[in-house]
Design a protein around this ligand. Sequence first.
Ligand code: Q46
Ligand code: ZN
Ligand code: ZN
Length: 319
Amino acid sequence: MKCRMCNAQAVINMRQHKLALCKDHYPQWIIAQTQRFIEKYHMFTHQERILVAVSGGKDSLSLWDILWQLGYHADGIYIGLGIDGGVQYSDRSHQLCVQFAQQRSLQLITVNVPETYGMSIPELAANTHRGKQKPCSVCGLTKRHIMNQVALDGGYDVLVTGHNLDDEAATLFGNTLNWNVGYLQRQSPVLPARHPGLVRKAKPLCRFYEREMAAYALVRGIEYIYDECPYAVGSTSIYYKELLNQLEQERPGAKLSFYLSFLQAKEKDLFSHPGDEENGDGENLGAGGEPLYTCPSCGQPTTVQGLCSFCRMVEKISR
Ligand code: Q46
Ligand code: ZN
Ligand code: ZN
């Protein structure tokens, strides 16, 4: 397979775009496409301050690398979850983020959950009613809360995450299977901040396949953690990804068109609703148009008067 631009050996063939590119032209194409998506969905500008959520995985580190090459003012945030899983998952992923930032003289903010809250994520989960089998719901709540708080306190304009097309298509698939209207309303490449306690969120990689991001990281020599979080094993989202991969196998481009057709349907107001909003709690906050209150402890939004879910959890474990 030859590169369409220069005839050199191609490193990737993207069947859905009928495009093969070499090791030089491929990263250039990814970077230019990312800039196109940032503008198309009005994610952020070169004048704004960006906080990139990094996990040590290929997507988030590639995203930070792309934004850096595009000349954006982007700092990173890493959240230490205290997850070991026999592979020292958290330690290793932190090391890789630190190394990545040092190589590019970028600023990395680290929040260590066990040091800050006195318990690791699995311990937090074991000590609350949430996440009886798996710590994922407590983990998600905690990560969203901390990322939003650090972005607010640091005066960042936008929080960006490395969700790729496979992630977005799997989420969309799950939300469609359940016709979860609230989540469908909120699923978007960019989510404006509707409450003063929230920052805007954006997903610049939402139109790239997972394999395209793996190829980008490889070509750019980015060292990343290959292991998934040990708690990801057997998750519904992984199951949906496998189903969608089967579909993609037979119909190249199916995943991309599933996602893009959804975005087009949204543009035509299929899911329009006055209460279109995400929240610090990660629940269906405000999606039904109900009013948002402000948590007296952290300032982030909540649907009930009083403490938000995160602050309630913290209060419970400190008792
Ligand atoms: S939620 Fe669950 Fe992930 Fe947290 S505990 Fe691991 S798998 S990291 S995206
Ligand atoms: Zn080429
Ligand atoms: Zn709160």
